[in-house]
Ligand binder design. Sequence first.
Ligand code: ZN
Length: 134
Amino acid sequence: MPEPTRPAPILTPDNAFFWEAAARGELVAQRCGDCGDLQHPPRPICPKCHSPKREVARLSGRGEVYSWIVPRHPAAMGFAEAPIVALIALDEGLRLVSNVVGLAHGEIRNGLRVEVAFEPTVGGHAVPVFRRSA
Ligand code: ZN
């Protein structure tokens, strides 16, 4: 296997649980420990009820392409070819910015059903990406 060139995630006290789960091959989100609201990206308090109680919820990893772009300029650092950058609407109701892989640029479209996969990064981390659902 060639060494990964995808840039490593930047871990913070708020998002470390997300990236640690990704490294294990799990897609998770923050859930409010008081009102149960699912949130992404992770944040210090619940935007709905202002509770600081946070839980980790495992997600299905299934959803659909809500919107997408192929960034041409400047070239995306760490990618040999321009990646498909997509906003994924997860079945749990969250939206997540990610990449769609395994498709030619002409095959991507809004509403496409996708499922999570994980790609390695520099430094031994992994990031969630999405592939067309089987
Ligand atoms: Zn809450």
